[in-house]
Design a protein around this ligand. Structure first.
Ligand code: F6R
Length: 611
Protein backbone atom coordinates (compact mmCIF):
# COMPACT_ATOMS: atom_id res chain seq x y z
CA UNK A 1 0.00 0.00 0.00
CA UNK A 2 2.72 2.45 0.88
CA UNK A 3 5.01 3.76 -1.84
CA UNK A 4 8.75 4.44 -1.83
CA UNK A 5 10.76 6.60 -4.21
CA UNK A 6 14.45 7.52 -4.01
CA UNK A 7 16.78 9.51 -6.21
CA UNK A 8 20.46 10.32 -6.49
CA UNK A 9 21.82 12.21 -9.47
CA UNK A 10 22.51 15.72 -10.66
CA UNK A 11 18.96 17.11 -10.60
CA UNK A 12 17.19 18.59 -7.60
CA UNK A 13 15.87 15.46 -5.89
CA UNK A 14 12.65 16.75 -4.30
CA UNK A 15 10.64 17.40 -7.52
CA UNK A 16 11.68 13.96 -8.83
CA UNK A 17 10.53 12.37 -5.57
CA UNK A 18 7.16 14.16 -5.64
CA UNK A 19 6.63 13.16 -9.25
CA UNK A 20 7.46 9.52 -8.51
CA UNK A 21 5.19 9.47 -5.49
CA UNK A 22 2.33 10.77 -7.60
CA UNK A 23 2.65 7.64 -9.78
CA UNK A 24 2.23 5.50 -6.69
CA UNK A 25 -0.90 7.24 -5.46
CA UNK A 26 -3.09 4.36 -6.71
CA UNK A 27 -1.62 2.21 -3.95
CA UNK A 28 -3.56 4.21 -1.41
CA UNK A 29 -2.06 6.44 1.27
CA UNK A 30 -3.03 8.86 3.95
CA UNK A 31 0.19 10.82 4.50
CA UNK A 32 3.43 11.49 2.67
CA UNK A 33 6.92 12.79 3.20
CA UNK A 34 10.32 13.36 1.67
CA UNK A 35 13.87 13.71 2.98
CA UNK A 36 16.68 15.33 1.02
CA UNK A 37 20.31 15.76 2.04
CA UNK A 38 21.45 19.31 1.37
CA UNK A 39 24.82 20.62 0.31
CA UNK A 40 26.02 20.80 3.92
CA UNK A 41 25.04 17.13 4.32
CA UNK A 42 22.14 17.91 6.63
CA UNK A 43 19.12 15.71 5.98
CA UNK A 44 15.98 17.87 5.78
CA UNK A 45 12.62 16.20 6.22
CA UNK A 46 9.13 17.44 5.28
CA UNK A 47 6.02 15.37 6.00
CA UNK A 48 2.31 15.96 5.87
CA UNK A 49 -0.94 14.20 6.55
CA UNK A 50 -3.32 13.83 3.61
CA UNK A 51 -2.82 14.12 -0.10
CA UNK A 52 0.44 14.57 -1.93
CA UNK A 53 -0.61 18.03 -3.09
CA UNK A 54 -0.32 19.19 0.53
CA UNK A 55 3.28 18.00 0.67
CA UNK A 56 3.90 19.57 -2.69
CA UNK A 57 2.49 22.90 -1.48
CA UNK A 58 4.50 22.72 1.71
CA UNK A 59 7.72 22.27 -0.25
CA UNK A 60 6.74 24.56 -3.16
CA UNK A 61 6.79 21.65 -5.55
CA UNK A 62 10.03 20.46 -4.00
CA UNK A 63 11.88 23.75 -4.54
CA UNK A 64 12.23 24.40 -0.82
CA UNK A 65 14.35 21.31 -0.31
CA UNK A 66 17.72 21.71 -1.96
CA UNK A 67 19.87 18.71 -2.69
CA UNK A 68 20.46 16.00 -5.24
CA UNK A 69 19.78 12.91 -3.16
CA UNK A 70 16.64 11.97 -1.28
CA UNK A 71 13.92 9.50 -0.41
CA UNK A 72 10.13 9.86 -0.41
CA UNK A 73 7.17 7.90 0.84
CA UNK A 74 3.42 7.67 0.75
CA UNK A 75 2.09 5.98 3.87
CA UNK A 76 -1.02 3.91 4.31
CA UNK A 77 -1.41 3.67 8.06
CA UNK A 78 -0.92 0.30 9.71
CA UNK A 79 0.84 0.98 13.03
CA UNK A 80 -0.55 4.24 14.34
CA UNK A 81 -3.13 6.65 12.97
CA UNK A 82 -2.57 8.70 9.81
CA UNK A 83 -0.78 11.82 11.06
CA UNK A 84 2.23 13.95 10.28
CA UNK A 85 4.03 12.47 13.25
CA UNK A 86 3.54 8.91 12.02
CA UNK A 87 4.31 9.82 8.39
CA UNK A 88 7.63 8.72 6.90
CA UNK A 89 10.55 9.42 6.61
CA UNK A 90 11.48 8.49 10.20
CA UNK A 91 14.75 9.39 11.86
CA UNK A 92 17.14 8.73 14.74
CA UNK A 93 17.65 11.27 17.53
CA UNK A 94 20.19 13.47 15.74
CA UNK A 95 18.67 12.95 12.29
CA UNK A 96 21.83 11.37 10.97
CA UNK A 97 19.92 8.28 9.85
CA UNK A 98 16.62 8.74 8.00
CA UNK A 99 14.48 5.96 6.54
CA UNK A 100 11.29 5.09 4.67
CA UNK A 101 9.70 1.67 4.86
CA UNK A 102 6.91 -0.39 3.30
CA UNK A 103 5.52 -3.53 4.87
CA UNK A 104 5.02 -4.69 8.41
CA UNK A 105 7.68 -5.46 11.02
CA UNK A 106 5.95 -8.25 12.90
CA UNK A 107 8.26 -8.32 15.93
CA UNK A 108 8.39 -4.54 16.25
CA UNK A 109 7.08 -4.55 19.84
CA UNK A 110 9.84 -6.90 21.00
CA UNK A 111 12.48 -4.86 19.13
CA UNK A 112 11.12 -1.61 20.51
CA UNK A 113 11.41 -3.04 24.04
CA UNK A 114 15.00 -3.98 23.37
CA UNK A 115 15.80 -0.51 22.01
CA UNK A 116 14.09 1.19 24.96
CA UNK A 117 16.29 -0.87 27.28
CA UNK A 118 19.25 0.46 25.27
CA UNK A 119 18.12 4.02 26.00
CA UNK A 120 16.17 4.84 22.83
CA UNK A 121 13.06 7.01 22.99
CA UNK A 122 10.17 6.96 20.47
CA UNK A 123 8.17 9.86 19.11
CA UNK A 124 5.72 7.91 16.89
CA UNK A 125 3.57 4.78 16.97
CA UNK A 126 5.12 3.29 13.86
CA UNK A 127 7.09 0.14 13.28
CA UNK A 128 9.21 2.21 10.86
CA UNK A 129 10.63 4.34 13.66
CA UNK A 130 11.61 1.07 15.34
CA UNK A 131 13.24 -0.08 12.09
CA UNK A 132 15.15 3.21 11.75
CA UNK A 133 16.41 3.08 15.31
CA UNK A 134 17.38 -0.56 14.94
CA UNK A 135 19.54 0.41 11.96
CA UNK A 136 20.94 3.26 14.06
CA UNK A 137 21.74 0.82 16.86
CA UNK A 138 23.69 -1.49 14.54
CA UNK A 139 25.32 1.41 12.70
CA UNK A 140 26.69 2.75 15.98
CA UNK A 141 28.01 -0.73 16.74
CA UNK A 142 29.69 -1.43 13.37
CA UNK A 143 30.15 2.01 11.82
CA UNK A 144 29.19 0.46 8.51
CA UNK A 145 25.82 0.97 6.76
CA UNK A 146 25.86 -2.39 4.94
CA UNK A 147 26.59 -4.29 8.12
CA UNK A 148 24.00 -2.27 10.01
CA UNK A 149 21.38 -3.20 7.42
CA UNK A 150 22.49 -6.85 7.34
CA UNK A 151 22.05 -7.02 11.11
CA UNK A 152 18.66 -5.37 10.78
CA UNK A 153 17.62 -8.12 8.33
CA UNK A 154 18.75 -10.80 10.75
CA UNK A 155 16.74 -9.34 13.63
CA UNK A 156 13.51 -8.38 11.90
CA UNK A 157 10.53 -10.62 11.13
CA UNK A 158 7.94 -9.55 8.59
CA UNK A 159 7.95 -7.87 5.22
CA UNK A 160 9.75 -4.71 4.31
CA UNK A 161 11.23 -2.50 1.67
CA UNK A 162 13.54 -0.08 3.43
CA UNK A 163 15.53 2.84 2.02
CA UNK A 164 17.96 4.71 4.28
CA UNK A 165 20.02 7.90 4.13
CA UNK A 166 23.12 8.11 6.36
CA UNK A 167 24.50 11.60 7.00
CA UNK A 168 28.00 10.09 7.07
CA UNK A 169 27.52 8.86 3.48
CA UNK A 170 26.30 11.89 1.55
CA UNK A 171 24.52 11.45 -1.77
CA UNK A 172 24.06 7.73 -1.28
CA UNK A 173 21.05 5.58 -0.50
CA UNK A 174 21.14 2.16 1.13
CA UNK A 175 18.22 -0.18 0.69
CA UNK A 176 16.98 -3.68 1.36
CA UNK A 177 13.77 -5.59 0.86
CA UNK A 178 11.95 -8.76 1.86
CA UNK A 179 8.52 -9.64 0.46
CA UNK A 180 7.74 -6.03 -0.38
CA UNK A 181 8.40 -4.79 -3.90
CA UNK A 182 11.42 -2.67 -4.79
CA UNK A 183 13.11 -1.84 -8.08
CA UNK A 184 16.20 0.20 -8.82
CA UNK A 185 16.46 2.18 -12.02
CA UNK A 186 19.57 3.50 -13.64
CA UNK A 187 20.05 6.08 -16.37
CA UNK A 188 23.30 7.84 -17.23
CA UNK A 189 24.33 9.71 -14.12
CA UNK A 190 21.12 9.03 -12.19
CA UNK A 191 19.96 6.22 -9.94
CA UNK A 192 16.40 5.66 -8.74
CA UNK A 193 14.63 3.45 -6.28
CA UNK A 194 10.90 2.76 -6.23
CA UNK A 195 8.22 0.37 -5.05
CA UNK A 196 6.95 0.13 -8.59
CA UNK A 197 8.28 0.74 -12.08
CA UNK A 198 5.72 3.42 -13.08
CA UNK A 199 7.22 5.78 -10.51
CA UNK A 200 10.48 5.93 -12.47
CA UNK A 201 9.46 4.81 -15.97
CA UNK A 202 9.52 8.41 -17.13
CA UNK A 203 13.26 8.60 -16.42
CA UNK A 204 14.49 5.13 -17.28
CA UNK A 205 13.40 1.72 -18.54
CA UNK A 206 16.52 -0.01 -17.18
CA UNK A 207 15.81 -1.57 -13.83
CA UNK A 208 17.17 -4.04 -11.35
CA UNK A 209 14.69 -6.15 -9.42
CA UNK A 210 16.03 -6.35 -5.89
CA UNK A 211 15.91 -9.90 -4.49
CA UNK A 212 14.83 -10.79 -0.96
CA UNK A 213 17.43 -9.65 1.62
CA UNK A 214 19.75 -8.22 -1.04
CA UNK A 215 21.25 -4.92 0.05
CA UNK A 216 21.55 -2.15 -2.54
CA UNK A 217 24.00 0.73 -2.34
CA UNK A 218 22.96 3.57 -4.66
CA UNK A 219 25.33 6.27 -5.80
CA UNK A 220 25.07 8.75 -8.65
CA UNK A 221 24.60 6.61 -11.80
CA UNK A 222 25.77 3.47 -10.01
CA UNK A 223 24.34 0.69 -7.86
CA UNK A 224 26.14 -2.11 -6.04
CA UNK A 225 24.38 -5.10 -4.51
CA UNK A 226 25.55 -7.09 -1.51
CA UNK A 227 24.45 -10.23 0.28
CA UNK A 228 24.15 -10.37 4.06
CA UNK A 229 27.85 -11.30 4.32
CA UNK A 230 28.70 -8.05 2.53
CA UNK A 231 29.88 -9.89 -0.56
CA UNK A 232 29.05 -8.07 -3.82
CA UNK A 233 26.38 -9.72 -6.00
CA UNK A 234 26.23 -9.43 -9.78
CA UNK A 235 22.78 -8.66 -11.11
CA UNK A 236 21.39 -8.34 -14.61
CA UNK A 237 19.69 -5.14 -15.59
CA UNK A 238 16.22 -5.67 -17.07
CA UNK A 239 14.67 -3.57 -19.80
CA UNK A 240 11.05 -2.61 -19.35
CA UNK A 241 9.12 -2.95 -22.58
CA UNK A 242 5.66 -2.06 -21.30
CA UNK A 243 3.07 -0.57 -23.51
CA UNK A 244 0.86 2.18 -22.17
CA UNK A 245 -1.91 -0.24 -21.28
CA UNK A 246 0.31 -2.47 -19.16
CA UNK A 247 1.72 0.57 -17.44
CA UNK A 248 -1.77 1.27 -16.21
CA UNK A 249 -1.50 -1.92 -14.24
CA UNK A 250 0.97 -0.02 -12.12
CA UNK A 251 3.49 -2.78 -12.06
CA UNK A 252 1.09 -5.60 -11.28
CA UNK A 253 1.05 -8.53 -13.66
CA UNK A 254 -2.70 -8.31 -14.04
CA UNK A 255 -5.42 -5.79 -13.36
CA UNK A 256 -7.11 -8.40 -11.20
CA UNK A 257 -4.09 -8.64 -8.93
CA UNK A 258 -3.83 -4.88 -8.75
CA UNK A 259 -7.53 -4.61 -7.96
CA UNK A 260 -7.32 -7.27 -5.25
CA UNK A 261 -4.51 -5.24 -3.72
CA UNK A 262 -6.66 -2.12 -3.80
CA UNK A 263 -9.26 -3.73 -1.56
CA UNK A 264 -7.96 -2.37 1.76
CA UNK A 265 -8.15 1.12 0.30
CA UNK A 266 -11.55 0.83 -1.36
CA UNK A 267 -13.05 -0.78 1.72
CA UNK A 268 -11.62 2.03 3.80
CA UNK A 269 -12.90 4.67 1.37
CA UNK A 270 -16.36 3.11 1.25
CA UNK A 271 -16.55 2.89 5.05
CA UNK A 272 -15.35 6.48 5.42
CA UNK A 273 -17.81 7.66 2.79
CA UNK A 274 -20.68 6.30 4.91
CA UNK A 275 -19.54 7.52 8.30
CA UNK A 276 -20.46 10.96 9.56
CA UNK A 277 -19.17 11.71 13.06
CA UNK A 278 -18.54 8.03 13.59
CA UNK A 279 -22.09 6.98 12.67
CA UNK A 280 -23.57 5.49 9.50
CA UNK A 281 -25.36 8.12 7.47
CA UNK A 282 -27.58 7.53 4.45
CA UNK A 283 -28.51 11.14 3.81
CA UNK A 284 -25.96 11.40 0.98
CA UNK A 285 -27.73 8.41 -0.62
CA UNK A 286 -31.01 10.33 -0.39
CA UNK A 287 -32.67 8.23 2.33
CA UNK A 288 -33.81 9.79 5.59
CA UNK A 289 -34.04 7.85 8.85
CA UNK A 290 -37.81 8.35 8.80
CA UNK A 291 -38.15 6.77 5.38
CA UNK A 292 -35.88 3.87 6.29
CA UNK A 293 -37.90 3.21 9.43
CA UNK A 294 -41.05 2.71 7.40
CA UNK A 295 -39.75 -0.10 5.21
CA UNK A 296 -40.78 -3.47 6.51
CA UNK A 297 -39.32 -5.53 3.71
CA UNK A 298 -36.37 -5.45 1.34
CA UNK A 299 -35.91 -7.03 -2.07
CA UNK A 300 -32.48 -7.10 -3.66
CA UNK A 301 -32.09 -7.60 -7.40
CA UNK A 302 -28.65 -8.15 -8.90
CA UNK A 303 -26.54 -10.43 -11.10
CA UNK A 304 -23.39 -12.47 -10.56
CA UNK A 305 -21.11 -11.26 -7.81
CA UNK A 306 -23.40 -8.33 -7.08
CA UNK A 307 -26.12 -10.91 -6.39
CA UNK A 308 -23.72 -12.66 -4.03
CA UNK A 309 -23.17 -9.39 -2.19
CA UNK A 310 -26.98 -9.26 -1.96
CA UNK A 311 -27.03 -12.68 -0.29
CA UNK A 312 -24.64 -11.35 2.35
CA UNK A 313 -26.89 -8.30 2.73
CA UNK A 314 -29.79 -10.64 3.40
CA UNK A 315 -28.07 -12.55 6.22
CA UNK A 316 -26.66 -9.44 7.87
CA UNK A 317 -29.79 -7.30 7.61
CA UNK A 318 -32.16 -9.97 8.83
CA UNK A 319 -29.86 -10.66 11.77
CA UNK A 320 -29.30 -7.05 12.78
CA UNK A 321 -32.45 -5.20 11.71
CA UNK A 322 -34.94 -8.07 11.99
CA UNK A 323 -36.65 -7.29 8.70
CA UNK A 324 -37.30 -9.82 5.94
CA UNK A 325 -34.99 -9.61 2.93
CA UNK A 326 -35.48 -11.40 -0.35
CA UNK A 327 -32.61 -11.66 -2.85
CA UNK A 328 -33.38 -12.21 -6.48
CA UNK A 329 -31.49 -12.59 -9.71
CA UNK A 330 -32.38 -9.53 -11.77
CA UNK A 331 -33.06 -11.74 -14.78
CA UNK A 332 -35.76 -13.55 -12.76
CA UNK A 333 -37.18 -10.53 -10.97
CA UNK A 334 -37.85 -8.69 -14.20
CA UNK A 335 -40.10 -11.44 -15.57
CA UNK A 336 -41.56 -12.82 -12.34
CA UNK A 337 -44.39 -10.37 -12.12
CA UNK A 338 -43.42 -9.38 -8.58
CA UNK A 339 -46.05 -8.28 -6.09
CA UNK A 340 -45.99 -4.54 -5.51
CA UNK A 341 -45.54 -3.46 -1.92
CA UNK A 342 -45.19 0.20 -1.02
CA UNK A 343 -43.31 -0.66 2.17
CA UNK A 344 -40.71 -2.71 0.36
CA UNK A 345 -37.41 -1.08 -0.55
CA UNK A 346 -35.99 -2.52 -3.76
CA UNK A 347 -32.20 -2.44 -3.85
CA UNK A 348 -30.36 -2.95 -7.12
CA UNK A 349 -26.67 -3.73 -6.72
CA UNK A 350 -24.39 -3.23 -9.71
CA UNK A 351 -20.74 -2.36 -10.21
CA UNK A 352 -21.13 -1.04 -13.73
CA UNK A 353 -24.59 0.40 -13.28
CA UNK A 354 -25.26 -0.76 -16.83
CA UNK A 355 -26.18 -4.45 -16.49
CA UNK A 356 -29.21 -4.93 -18.69
CA UNK A 357 -31.13 -7.30 -16.40
CA UNK A 358 -30.50 -5.17 -13.32
CA UNK A 359 -31.56 -2.03 -15.15
CA UNK A 360 -34.73 -3.83 -16.24
CA UNK A 361 -35.38 -5.04 -12.67
CA UNK A 362 -35.00 -1.47 -11.45
CA UNK A 363 -37.47 -0.22 -14.03
CA UNK A 364 -39.92 -2.99 -13.13
CA UNK A 365 -39.76 -2.06 -9.43
CA UNK A 366 -40.32 1.60 -10.26
CA UNK A 367 -43.22 0.72 -12.51
CA UNK A 368 -44.78 -1.11 -9.57
CA UNK A 369 -44.40 2.03 -7.48
CA UNK A 370 -41.72 0.71 -5.13
CA UNK A 371 -38.95 2.89 -3.78
CA UNK A 372 -35.58 1.98 -5.30
CA UNK A 373 -32.05 2.30 -3.99
CA UNK A 374 -29.09 1.63 -6.29
CA UNK A 375 -25.77 0.48 -4.86
CA UNK A 376 -23.54 1.35 -7.79
CA UNK A 377 -19.87 1.93 -8.48
CA UNK A 378 -19.85 3.89 -11.72
CA UNK A 379 -20.85 7.50 -11.34
CA UNK A 380 -23.59 8.66 -13.65
CA UNK A 381 -24.34 5.17 -14.97
CA UNK A 382 -27.86 4.27 -16.10
CA UNK A 383 -28.89 2.50 -12.89
CA UNK A 384 -27.49 5.35 -10.81
CA UNK A 385 -29.40 7.88 -12.87
CA UNK A 386 -32.71 6.03 -12.84
CA UNK A 387 -32.89 4.87 -9.21
CA UNK A 388 -34.72 7.00 -6.64
CA UNK A 389 -31.70 6.93 -4.34
CA UNK A 390 -28.05 6.08 -4.96
CA UNK A 391 -25.30 4.85 -2.73
CA UNK A 392 -21.97 4.93 -4.51
CA UNK A 393 -19.37 2.36 -3.62
CA UNK A 394 -15.87 3.82 -3.74
CA UNK A 395 -14.07 1.06 -5.63
CA UNK A 396 -12.74 3.28 -8.43
CA UNK A 397 -12.41 1.94 -11.98
CA UNK A 398 -12.44 -1.85 -12.11
CA UNK A 399 -10.89 -3.25 -15.26
CA UNK A 400 -10.48 -6.99 -14.70
CA UNK A 401 -13.62 -8.79 -15.78
CA UNK A 402 -13.76 -10.83 -12.57
CA UNK A 403 -14.83 -8.40 -9.92
CA UNK A 404 -12.92 -8.24 -6.65
CA UNK A 405 -12.69 -4.75 -5.22
CA UNK A 406 -16.19 -3.75 -6.33
CA UNK A 407 -17.65 -6.84 -4.60
CA UNK A 408 -15.71 -5.97 -1.44
CA UNK A 409 -17.07 -2.43 -1.46
CA UNK A 410 -20.63 -3.72 -2.08
CA UNK A 411 -20.28 -5.79 1.09
CA UNK A 412 -19.47 -2.62 3.02
CA UNK A 413 -22.56 -0.92 1.64
CA UNK A 414 -24.59 -3.97 2.71
CA UNK A 415 -23.25 -3.89 6.29
CA UNK A 416 -23.83 -0.15 6.48
CA UNK A 417 -27.44 -0.52 5.40
CA UNK A 418 -28.04 -3.31 7.91
CA UNK A 419 -26.52 -1.21 10.69
CA UNK A 420 -28.52 1.85 9.72
CA UNK A 421 -31.78 -0.08 9.63
CA UNK A 422 -30.92 -1.69 12.96
CA UNK A 423 -30.49 1.74 14.57
CA UNK A 424 -33.61 3.31 13.12
CA UNK A 425 -35.63 0.25 14.06
CA UNK A 426 -33.92 0.03 17.43
CA UNK A 427 -33.06 -3.63 17.11
CA UNK A 428 -29.50 -3.45 18.48
CA UNK A 429 -28.01 -1.78 21.52
CA UNK A 430 -25.85 1.34 21.20
CA UNK A 431 -22.94 -0.65 22.53
CA UNK A 432 -23.25 -3.37 19.89
CA UNK A 433 -23.65 -0.70 17.21
CA UNK A 434 -20.41 1.01 18.22
CA UNK A 435 -18.50 -2.24 18.45
CA UNK A 436 -19.68 -3.19 14.95
CA UNK A 437 -18.61 0.21 13.57
CA UNK A 438 -15.21 -0.31 15.16
CA UNK A 439 -14.93 -3.74 13.58
CA UNK A 440 -15.99 -2.32 10.23
CA UNK A 441 -13.17 0.21 10.40
CA UNK A 442 -10.64 -2.53 11.17
CA UNK A 443 -11.45 -4.57 8.04
CA UNK A 444 -8.97 -2.80 5.68
CA UNK A 445 -6.02 -3.64 7.90
CA UNK A 446 -7.14 -7.25 8.22
CA UNK A 447 -7.59 -7.57 4.45
CA UNK A 448 -4.08 -6.28 3.97
CA UNK A 449 -2.73 -8.90 6.37
CA UNK A 450 -4.35 -11.62 4.25
CA UNK A 451 -2.95 -10.14 1.03
CA UNK A 452 0.50 -10.05 2.59
CA UNK A 453 0.28 -13.81 3.15
CA UNK A 454 -0.55 -14.53 -0.47
CA UNK A 455 2.33 -16.99 -0.95
CA UNK A 456 0.62 -19.72 1.08
CA UNK A 457 -2.45 -19.45 -1.16
CA UNK A 458 -0.26 -19.49 -4.25
CA UNK A 459 1.22 -22.73 -2.92
CA UNK A 460 -2.24 -24.18 -2.26
CA UNK A 461 -3.28 -23.25 -5.82
CA UNK A 462 -0.28 -25.10 -7.25
CA UNK A 463 -1.38 -28.21 -5.35
CA UNK A 464 -4.94 -27.87 -6.65
CA UNK A 465 -4.05 -27.21 -10.28
CA UNK A 466 -5.12 -30.65 -11.49
CA UNK A 467 -8.50 -30.74 -9.76
CA UNK A 468 -11.45 -31.15 -12.06
CA UNK A 469 -14.19 -30.35 -9.53
CA UNK A 470 -14.18 -28.15 -6.48
CA UNK A 471 -16.94 -27.77 -3.89
CA UNK A 472 -17.38 -24.87 -1.51
CA UNK A 473 -19.52 -25.34 1.57
CA UNK A 474 -20.54 -23.14 4.47
CA UNK A 475 -23.51 -21.93 6.47
CA UNK A 476 -25.01 -18.45 6.71
CA UNK A 477 -22.56 -15.75 5.63
CA UNK A 478 -19.99 -18.52 5.08
CA UNK A 479 -22.28 -20.02 2.45
CA UNK A 480 -22.80 -16.57 0.90
CA UNK A 481 -19.06 -16.10 0.47
CA UNK A 482 -18.68 -19.67 -0.80
CA UNK A 483 -20.89 -18.92 -3.79
CA UNK A 484 -18.67 -15.96 -4.64
CA UNK A 485 -15.50 -18.05 -4.26
CA UNK A 486 -16.98 -20.67 -6.55
CA UNK A 487 -17.91 -18.09 -9.20
CA UNK A 488 -14.40 -16.58 -9.16
CA UNK A 489 -12.90 -20.02 -9.65
CA UNK A 490 -15.19 -20.90 -12.56
CA UNK A 491 -14.77 -17.55 -14.29
CA UNK A 492 -11.02 -17.35 -14.50
CA UNK A 493 -9.59 -20.83 -13.89
CA UNK A 494 -12.31 -22.66 -15.88
CA UNK A 495 -12.38 -25.35 -13.20
CA UNK A 496 -15.84 -26.67 -12.52
CA UNK A 497 -17.01 -25.76 -9.06
CA UNK A 498 -20.18 -25.59 -7.04
CA UNK A 499 -21.08 -23.95 -3.76
CA UNK A 500 -23.61 -25.46 -1.40
CA UNK A 501 -25.09 -24.58 1.91
CA UNK A 502 -23.30 -27.20 4.00
CA UNK A 503 -26.54 -28.80 5.16
CA UNK A 504 -27.61 -29.44 1.57
CA UNK A 505 -24.76 -31.81 0.72
CA UNK A 506 -26.53 -34.87 2.05
CA UNK A 507 -29.53 -34.08 -0.12
CA UNK A 508 -27.75 -34.98 -3.32
CA UNK A 509 -24.38 -33.42 -4.13
CA UNK A 510 -22.43 -35.70 -1.79
CA UNK A 511 -22.76 -38.41 -4.44
CA UNK A 512 -20.23 -36.41 -6.49
CA UNK A 513 -17.52 -36.66 -3.83
CA UNK A 514 -14.82 -39.16 -4.69
CA UNK A 515 -11.18 -39.77 -3.90
CA UNK A 516 -9.28 -36.47 -4.04
CA UNK A 517 -12.25 -34.17 -4.70
CA UNK A 518 -11.37 -30.77 -3.28
CA UNK A 519 -13.88 -29.46 -0.75
CA UNK A 520 -13.30 -25.96 0.60
CA UNK A 521 -15.11 -25.32 3.85
CA UNK A 522 -15.66 -21.73 4.94
CA UNK A 523 -15.66 -21.80 8.74
CA UNK A 524 -15.89 -18.24 10.00
CA UNK A 525 -18.97 -18.49 12.23
CA UNK A 526 -18.27 -19.76 15.75
CA UNK A 527 -21.93 -20.63 16.20
CA UNK A 528 -22.04 -22.84 13.13
CA UNK A 529 -18.52 -24.24 13.21
CA UNK A 530 -19.27 -27.71 14.51
CA UNK A 531 -22.17 -28.21 12.11
CA UNK A 532 -20.08 -27.40 9.03
CA UNK A 533 -17.15 -29.38 10.39
CA UNK A 534 -19.27 -32.50 10.58
CA UNK A 535 -20.33 -31.97 6.97
CA UNK A 536 -16.65 -31.72 6.03
CA UNK A 537 -15.89 -34.92 7.93
CA UNK A 538 -18.65 -36.63 5.94
CA UNK A 539 -16.92 -35.67 2.69
CA UNK A 540 -13.51 -36.59 4.07
CA UNK A 541 -14.66 -40.10 4.86
CA UNK A 542 -15.61 -40.37 1.18
CA UNK A 543 -12.12 -39.43 0.08
CA UNK A 544 -12.35 -35.63 -0.19
CA UNK A 545 -9.31 -33.42 0.26
CA UNK A 546 -10.36 -30.70 2.71
CA UNK A 547 -9.27 -27.07 2.79
CA UNK A 548 -10.62 -24.84 5.55
CA UNK A 549 -10.82 -21.06 5.38
CA UNK A 550 -11.11 -20.00 8.97
CA UNK A 551 -10.01 -17.60 11.71
CA UNK A 552 -6.59 -17.94 13.33
CA UNK A 553 -6.12 -20.55 16.02
CA UNK A 554 -9.09 -22.66 15.03
CA UNK A 555 -7.75 -25.97 16.30
CA UNK A 556 -10.93 -27.88 15.59
CA UNK A 557 -10.79 -26.89 11.92
CA UNK A 558 -7.08 -27.69 11.71
CA UNK A 559 -7.74 -31.21 13.03
CA UNK A 560 -10.20 -31.98 10.24
CA UNK A 561 -8.69 -30.07 7.31
CA UNK A 562 -5.78 -31.15 5.13
CA UNK A 563 -4.98 -27.47 4.52
CA UNK A 564 -5.98 -24.57 6.75
CA UNK A 565 -6.06 -21.02 5.40
CA UNK A 566 -6.17 -18.58 8.27
CA UNK A 567 -7.58 -15.09 8.21
CA UNK A 568 -7.70 -12.63 11.12
CA UNK A 569 -10.59 -12.91 13.54
CA UNK A 570 -13.58 -10.69 12.84
CA UNK A 571 -17.23 -10.34 13.71
CA UNK A 572 -19.05 -13.31 12.10
CA UNK A 573 -21.47 -11.03 10.23
CA UNK A 574 -18.56 -9.32 8.44
CA UNK A 575 -16.73 -12.58 7.73
CA UNK A 576 -17.34 -12.44 3.96
CA UNK A 577 -15.01 -9.43 3.68
CA UNK A 578 -12.08 -11.48 4.93
CA UNK A 579 -12.94 -15.01 3.76
CA UNK A 580 -13.38 -13.86 0.16
CA UNK A 581 -9.77 -12.62 -0.13
CA UNK A 582 -8.07 -16.06 -0.06
CA UNK A 583 -10.79 -17.38 -2.38
CA UNK A 584 -10.07 -14.60 -4.90
CA UNK A 585 -6.32 -15.23 -4.64
CA UNK A 586 -6.88 -18.97 -5.06
CA UNK A 587 -8.85 -18.44 -8.28
CA UNK A 588 -6.29 -15.91 -9.49
CA UNK A 589 -3.26 -18.14 -8.99
CA UNK A 590 -5.00 -21.11 -10.58
CA UNK A 591 -5.81 -18.98 -13.60
CA UNK A 592 -2.19 -17.84 -13.85
CA UNK A 593 -0.94 -21.42 -13.50
CA UNK A 594 -3.21 -22.54 -16.30
CA UNK A 595 -1.98 -19.77 -18.54
CA UNK A 596 -5.45 -18.27 -18.89
CA UNK A 597 -6.18 -14.69 -19.79
CA UNK A 598 -6.83 -13.66 -16.20
CA UNK A 599 -8.23 -10.21 -16.88
CA UNK A 600 -10.29 -11.16 -19.89
CA UNK A 601 -11.58 -14.70 -19.35
CA UNK A 602 -13.14 -16.44 -22.29
CA UNK A 603 -16.74 -15.67 -23.14
CA UNK A 604 -17.12 -12.97 -20.50
CA UNK A 605 -17.44 -9.21 -20.61
CA UNK A 606 -17.05 -6.65 -17.89
CA UNK A 607 -20.40 -5.05 -18.36
CA UNK A 608 -23.31 -7.21 -19.51
CA UNK A 609 -25.48 -4.75 -21.36
CA UNK A 610 -27.52 -7.36 -23.20
CA UNK A 611 -29.97 -9.88 -21.82
C1 F6R B 1 -18.15 -11.74 -11.58
C2 F6R B 1 -18.67 -10.57 -12.25
C3 F6R B 1 -20.06 -10.60 -12.74
C4 F6R B 1 -20.77 -9.30 -12.34
C5 F6R B 1 -22.18 -9.28 -12.95
C6 F6R B 1 -22.92 -8.04 -12.55
O1 F6R B 1 -16.82 -11.60 -11.28
O2 F6R B 1 -17.99 -9.60 -12.43
O3 F6R B 1 -20.73 -11.72 -12.23
O4 F6R B 1 -20.83 -9.25 -10.96
O5 F6R B 1 -22.07 -9.34 -14.34
O6 F6R B 1 -22.27 -6.91 -13.02
P1 F6R B 1 -22.60 -5.50 -12.43
O7 F6R B 1 -22.17 -5.52 -11.00
O8 F6R B 1 -21.82 -4.53 -13.26
O9 F6R B 1 -24.07 -5.29 -12.54
Amino acid sequence: MCGIVGYVGAKQAAPVLLDGLSKLEYRGYDSAGIAVSDFKNNINIVRSKGKLCILSEKTEGGKKLEGVCGIGHTRWATHGEPSENNAHPHYNDDRTIVAVHNGIIENYAELKGKLIRQGYGFYSQTDTEVATKLVDYYYKKHNDPIRAIANFVLRVRGSYALAVLFKDFPNQIFAVRKDSPMVIGIAGGETFIASDVPAILKYTNKVYYVGNTEIAHLEKGKVTFYNLDKEPINKEVAEITWDAQSAEKDGFEHFMLKEMYEQPKVVKDTVNGLLVDGKIDFISAGLSDEELKNFNQITVAACGSAYHAGVVLQYVTEELARIPVRVELSSEFRYRNPVADKNCLVIVISQSGETADSLAALREAKKLGMKTLAIVNVLGSSIAREADCVLYTKAGPEIAVATTKAYSSQLIAAYALALKLATVKNTITGERYLSLIKELSSLPEKIEIILNGKESIQHFASEAANKKNVFFIGRGVDYAVGIEGSLKLKEISYIHSEAYAAGELKHGPISLIEDGTLVIGVLMQDRLLEKTLSNLVETKSRGAFIAAVTCENNEKAAEVADITINVPKTEGLFAASLAVIPLQLFAYYLSVLKGNDVDKPRNLAKSVTVE
